[in-house]
Design a protein around this ligand. Structure first.
Ligand code: BES
Ligand code: ZN
Ligand code: ZN
Length: 494
C-alpha cells in the first residue's frame, strides 16, 4: 500500500474519495468544506440539518460529489466532541475510515484530511503520523490463504494525505504501520509454516538493512549452553533457534529487546485444552515484535543502539518432551524445577535474559512475552502488563505507551512475591506454589531471577497481541502491538 502526501486543497485534488472529519455537534462547517458544499448545492449542510449526520464518534456518511469537484465522493466521519479528540482518536478514525472505504464503499484509492485541523496539545506532524499509522494498520488484511474469487477481494492500494509539509513524518508513520503489520503477518502465519528456523530466516532478511544478524542453530545453542531452551525444545521435532539482531544508529546507551518466540504452544505434556490451544500460533508475538522493531529502527535510521534477541522453539509433547518434575539448569547456572510444562515461556526466557545480560552487556533490557493467561484476566485486551524493579525505565515505557496508544499498566513487584517461585529441590519453580494467585506477577518474578544488575522491564503482552474482534485499526488475529511503543521509547531514551 502506498501512502503519500499531496500539496492540494479539498476541492482541487482528483481522487475516488476524500475523508473529512467533523466534530460533534456538527453545526458550522469549516470554511474550506463550506466552499465545497456550496458547489454540491448544500448536500452536506442538508445532511447535518436533517440530523442524518451529527459528528458523533464513528458515525459516517458518504456523499457523492456528482463531479462538481475532482474528488468523486466525500466520506464524512464523526470524531465526537472536539475536546475529547486525541492522537489515538485520529489514529482510530484513520483505521476506521480505511475499513469503511474498502468494505462498504468498495473503493481502494482514497485521500484523507483527518490530520488537518488543530487539536489541543498536538502538532501537525504528530497528527499526520497518527493518521498515516492508523491508515496502514486499518487497511491490513491477512489474505494469504484466500483462493476463491481472489480477483474480487478489495485491497487498498493508495492513501494520500492532503496538505503539505508533512512528507517525512507520513513516511515514518507508514513505516511504523508496515512494521506492526509484519508482526501481524508473522503471528497470523500458521505454526506449521512458521517454525523457529523460519522466524530466524525472517530475521536474516534484516541484513539487507545493515542489521548484524547472528543465528544460532541447535548445535550452536548446545555449544553456548542454552540448556533451558533446549529442554523446552525436546518435545519438538523441529530445531530451536536463538537469534541476535544488532542495529547501531548511534546513541549513548545500548538497549536490548528480548522476545519470547514459542512458534506453537501446545502446553507440552501439561497439554492445553482445545480452546486454549487454538490461538497458540501467537506465542511468538514477543519475538516478532522485537524483530519488527529492529526493522523499523533500521529503516527509519533512528539514533539508537539496539540489540534484538529472541529464543524460538515449539512447545510440544514428543517422546522425549521435558516433564513435570524435571530440573533444568539455565544459562546463569540457576536450576529450575518444572512444575508445569505449559509455563515454558519463562523457561526459555531465563536463558535468553541471562545470556543477553552477560554477552550483549546492555545498559537496559526489555523483554516482551505472551507469558501468562492471567494478564488477560487482570487487564483484558486494553493494555499490557509491565513490571520490574526499575521504576524510571518502567515510567518512561508507560509514557511511550500513552503517546502511541499502546497502553501499559504496571503490576506490583514486591520481593514478597519471590516466595511463590521457591522450589523444594531446585533454585526456582516455574509455576506458582499458590496456583491461580498473582499469575502474571509470578511470571515476571520468576524472570527476575535471571537478571542480575541490568535495569530491566518485563512486558506481558498475552492480552494485547491477539484480538478476537475487529475494532477501528485492530483486525482479528495478530494486533502488531509494541513496535510503535518501542520505537518511541528508543527515540526518547535519556
Ligand atoms: N503462552 C501461554 C500464555 C498465553 C495464554 C498467551 C493465552 C496468550 C494467550 C503460556 O505459555 C502459558 O501457558 N502460561 C500458563 C502458565 C501457568 C501454567 C503457570 C498460563 O497462563 O496458564
Ligand atoms: Zn505455555
Ligand atoms: Zn507460551
Amino acid at each position: 500500500m502506498k501512502v503519500s502526501v499531496v500539496d492540494a486543497r479539498l476541492d482541487s485534488f482528483k481522487t475516488e474519495l476524500i475523508v473529512v472529519g467533523l466534530f460533534a455537534p456538527a453545526e458550522k462547517l469549516p470554511a474550506e468544506l463550506k466552499a465545497v458544499d456550496e458547489k454540491l448545492h448544500g448536500a452536506i449542510a442538508h445532511a447535518i440539518k436533517g440530523k442524518e449526520f451529527e459528528g458523533e464518534w464513528q458515525q459516517f456518511r458518504v456523499i457523492s460529489t456528482l463531479d462538481k469537484i475532482p474528488a468523486k465522493n466525500i466520506l464524512l466521519l464523526g470524531l465526537g466532541k472536539k475536546e475529547d479528540v486525541t492522537l489515538e482518536i485520529l489514529r482510530r478514525a484513520a483505521g476506521l475510515s480505511a475499513k469503511i472505504i474498502r468494505d462498504f464503499c468498495g473503493i481502494t484509492e482514497y485521500s484523507t484530511t483527518l490530520h488537518d485541523f488543530d487539536i489541543k496539545g498536538t502538532t501537525k506532524n504528530e497528527r499526520a503520523q497518527a493518521v498515516a499509522e492508523g491508515s496502514v494498520l486499518g487497511a491490513y488484511q491477512y489474505l494469504k490463504f484466500k483462493t476463491v474469487d481472489r480477483a474480487k477481494i478489495k485491497v487498498i492500494s493508495q492513501v494520500t494525505l492532503v496538505g503539505d509539509g508533512v512528507h517525512d513524518i507520513v513516511k515514518k508513520g507508514a513505516v511504523l504501520g508496515e512494521c506492526a503489520n509484519l508482526v501481524r503477518d508473522l503471528v497470523n502465519e500458521p505454526a506449521s509454516n512458521l517454525k523457529p528456523a523460519d522466524l530466524a530466516d525472517e530475521a536474516r532478511k534484516l541484513e539487507k538493512l545493515g542489521v548484524k544478524v547472528t543465528v544460532y542453530d541447535k548445535k550452536a545453542i548446545e555449544k553456548i549452553g542454552l540448556t533451558a531452551l533446549l529442554a523446552v525444545n525436546r518435545g519438538s521435532v523441529n530445531e530451536p533457534r536463538f537469534v541476535i539482531m544488532e542495529y547501531n544508529g548511534g546513541g549513548k546507551k545500548k538497549i536490548a529487546l528480548v522476545g519470547k518466540g514459542i512458534t506453537f504452544d501446545s502446553g507440552g505434556l501439561d497439554i492445553k485444552p482445545a480452546d486454549g490451544m487454538i490461538t497458540m500460533k501467537e506465542d511468538m508475538a514477543g519475538a516478532a515484535t522485537v524483530l519488527a522493531t529492529i526493522k523499523a529502527a533500521a529503516i527509519l535510521k533512528i539514533k539508537a543502539h539496539v540489540v534484538g534477541v529472541f529464543a524460538a522453539t515449539e512447545n510440544m509433547l514428543g517422546m522425549d518432551a521435558y516433564k513435570p518434575g524435571d530440573v533444568v539448569t539455565a544459562y546463569n547456572g540457576k536450576t529450575i524445577e518444572i512444575g508445569n510444562t505449559d509455563a515454558e515461556g519463562r523457561v526459555i526466557l531465563s536463558d535468553a535474559l541471562a545470556y543477553t545480560e552477560k554477552n550483549v552487556k546492555p545498559d537496559a533490557m526489555i523483554d516482551l512475552a505472551t507469558l501468562t493467561g492471567a494478564v488477560r484476566v487482570a487487564l483484558g485486551h486494553v493494555c499490557a502488563g509491565i513490571m520490574g524493579k526499575d521504576d524510571k525505565l518502567i515510567g518512561s515505557l508507560i509514557k511511550s505507551g500513552s503517546a502511541t496508544g499502546e497502553l501499559l499498566w504496571q503490576l506490583p513487584f514486591w520481593p514478597e512475591y519471590q516466595e511463590l517461585v521457591k522450589s523444594e529441590i531446585a533454585d526456582v519453580f516455574n509455576m506458582s506454589t499458590m496456583p491461580k494467585m498473582a499469575g502474571s506477577i509470578v511470571g515476571g518474578i520468576f524472570l527476575s531471577n535471571f537478571v542480575d544488575k541490568t535495569p530491566w522491564a518485563h512486558i506481558d503482552i498475552a492480552g494485547v497481541s491477539w484480538s478476537d474482534i475487529d475494532s477501528e485499526y485492530v483486525r482479528k488475529g495478530g494486533t502488531g502491538f509494541g513496535v510503535r511503543l518501542l520505537i518511541h521509547a528508543l527515540e526518547n531514551w535519556n
